[in-house]
Design a binder for this molecule. Structure first.
Ligand code: FUM
Length: 564
């Protein structure tokens, strides 16, 4: 049995920023299924938003303008008190990373460079070429190393230990040894990222399976606003590797098979820099109406930016295009299509990152504070990891000091035995279903029926299909291989998580009979504030999710029609 004061589950940016803060108050460790530098935060490209007013065209920018853009972008579903915290703290958190050594790109005056991003009134997105997430991740990791924060890397958390609504620790699997262990803790922070892998078309990595969301849901914490899934407009065709919004921020055009800049039709003012929900739908409409290239993608044109700008500002985009699509954007068009990119919903928590379970906190993409509402603006996710990672760390670290140690061995042993039994069942199997087949059926169903344009019929079919897959999951074939380093075992556990999360997304989407932000119902095409200016809360029950709704916090900005 291991024992620490604060356990942070997840070694990405939110997890590391939380651990850095918590470690100033209490004994803190990180448990991560991969080495922190392999976390998905490293895949973030375009930048981090902060109203620094460094760019020539952004001198009038301030946190209130950032807050307004974020709230309008969210289609007024974000909690405005939380957005205020996000946008007010943005400059300090960003400059802190600069002081810790993040190699941001620079203006001629030597200040942090900022580029325009979708839905933003000013060039507000601070960047390090097109590898901002990577550089921030390395910078945060240096601080983790400097502070001697222990990282249990290649450990996979299977469940939370909870007693009388107080968190007591976690059960985690040592992937290399294949052994389950108890980790006692006074407080736990979940920072495990999103659940993009439930979609067959996604910019996310294979580790983004929503495990933190699932273990919180299983322990009784509601998941909030899970129907709001972000589809990034420009994923490379056909691999779906992210082609940063920074490419459009630098001036890239979107063109259809006729060579037409079609955004003129959908967002004549903002064009390619309308928010992601608008641009993704516009691309999909072009494709659906027969103006896609080869019927499945459109083109991103960077040629007019010139070689120098592409090489200095977008070197990663060029590399990805050359390596994975065999096109050189300096003189060729990049094939792009919308793909799942981000989970706006997540573990329900307040602006202090507290969940319904005492001592359990959540931060980053796995959490829903909510600062993104129905549609996140590009550049706000890296920001959220730092702002709310720090807050979660402060809260969990300072409150750990007030919790007395728990010596109730029985509870820990029972939690361990439950997960050991579950894993034995999976390893031994009771049928002949192949988990990888189930996983692909789930991922394709989510793309075919729960994508950009939704309606009751396909959503109900998806609900039935996920129900069928859940039943088949109980007839899995034995998991092959030894107990040590058994990634098939991890994938089977994750499949069960993803089936539960898919069900939550579908049920939440079916019940939200309106169109708002990323959630578009063809059968309910209008936003309906009277019925749905509310957060969805999905609670786990043995029969599937039970939904409740909670109020959206509105402070300064009254809901209005979104026009771009
Ligand atoms: O397009 C991008 O570079 C992604 C940024 C983000 O999701 O915030």
């Amino acid at each position: 049995m291991f024992s620490h004061e604060v356990i942070v589950v997840g070694g990405g940016l939110a997890g590391m920023r939380a651990a850095i803060e918590a470690s100033t108050h209490a004994d803190t460790v990180i448990i991560s299924r991969v080495h922190p530098l392999r976390s998905h935060s490293g895949a973030a490209q375009g930048g981090i938003n902060a109203a620094l007013a460094n760019a020539e065209a952004g001198r009038d920018d301030n946190w209130e303008k950032h807050a307004y853009d974020t709230i309008k972008g969210s289609d007024f579903l974000a909690d405005q008190d939380a957005v205020e915290i996000l946008t007010k703290e943005a400059p300090e958190r960003t400059i802190e990373m600069e002081h810790w050594g993040c190699p941001f790109s620079r203006t001629d005056e030597g200040k942090i460079a900022q580029r325009p991003f979708g839905g933003a009134g000013y060039p507000r997105t601070c960047y390090a070429a097109d590898k901002t997430g990577h550089y921030l991740l390395v910078t945060a990791y240096e601080q983790v190393v400097k502070r001697n924060i222990k990282v249990y890397e290649e450990w996979f958390v299977t469940s939370l230990i909870v007693e009388n609504n107080n968190v007591k620790g976690v059960i985690a699997l040592d992937i290399l040894k294949g052994q389950l262990e108890v980790f006692k803790a006074k407080t736990v922070i979940l920072a495990t990222g999103g659940t993009g892998w439930i979609y067959a078309k996604s910019t996310n990595s294979i580790i983004n399976t929503g495990s933190g969301m699932a273990i919180a849901y299983n322990a009784g914490v509601p998941l909030k606003d899970m129907e709001f899934i972000q589809f990034h407009p420009t994923a490379l065709h056909p691999t779906c590797i992210l082609i940063s919004e920074g490419a459009r921020g630098e001036g890239g055009y979107l063109v259809n098979s006729n060579g037409e800049r079609f955004m003129q039709r959908y967002a004549p003012k903002s064009m390619e820099l309308a928010p992601r929900d608008v641009v993704s739908r516009s691309i999909q409409k072009e494709i659906d109406e027969g103006r896609g290239v080869q019927g499945v993608f459109v083109h991103l044109d960077l040629r007019h930016l010139g070689k120098e700008k592409i090489l200095s500002r977008l070197p990663g985009i060029r590399d990805i295009s050359v390596q994975f699509a065999n096109v050189d954007p300096i003189n060729e068009l990049i094939p792009v299509q919308p793909a799942q990119h981000y989970t706006m919903g997540g573990v329900d928590c307040n602006a202090k990152c507290e969940t319904l379970i005492r001592g359990l906190y959540a931060a980053g993409e796995c959490a829903c504070v909510s600062v993104h509402g129905a549609n996140r603006l590009g550049g706000n996710s890296l920001l959220e990891t730092l702002v709310f990672g720090k807050i979660a760390g402060e809260q969990a670290g300072s409150s750990a000091r007030k919790v007395s140690p728990d010596d109730d061995k029985d509870n820990f042993e029972q939690a361990l035995a439950t997960d050991q039994h579950r894993i034995r069942e999976l390893l031994e199997g009771s049928g002949d279903e192949d988990p990888s087949v189930l996983r692909e059926e789930m991922r394709n169903t989510m793309v075919e029926k729960v994508f950009l344009f939704r309606s009751a019929g396909p959503l109900t079919e998806a609900f039935d299909k996920i129900g069928e897959l859940k039943k088949r999951f109980h007839r899995l074939r034995p998991i092959a291989g030894t107990e040590t380093c058994n990634l098939d075992l991890i994938r089977a556990i994750e499949l069960e998580h993803m089936l539960a999360l898919s069900e939550v997304i579908i049920v939440s989407a079916l019940n939200r009979e309106e169109s708002r932000g990323s959630h578009v119902r063809l059968d309910f095409p209008k936003r309906d504030d009277a019925r749905f200016l509310k957060h969805t809360l999905a609670y786990h029950t043995p029969d599937g999710p039970r939904l409740e709704y909670s109020e959206v916090k509105i402070t300064k900005f009254q809901p209005e029609e979104r026009k771009y």
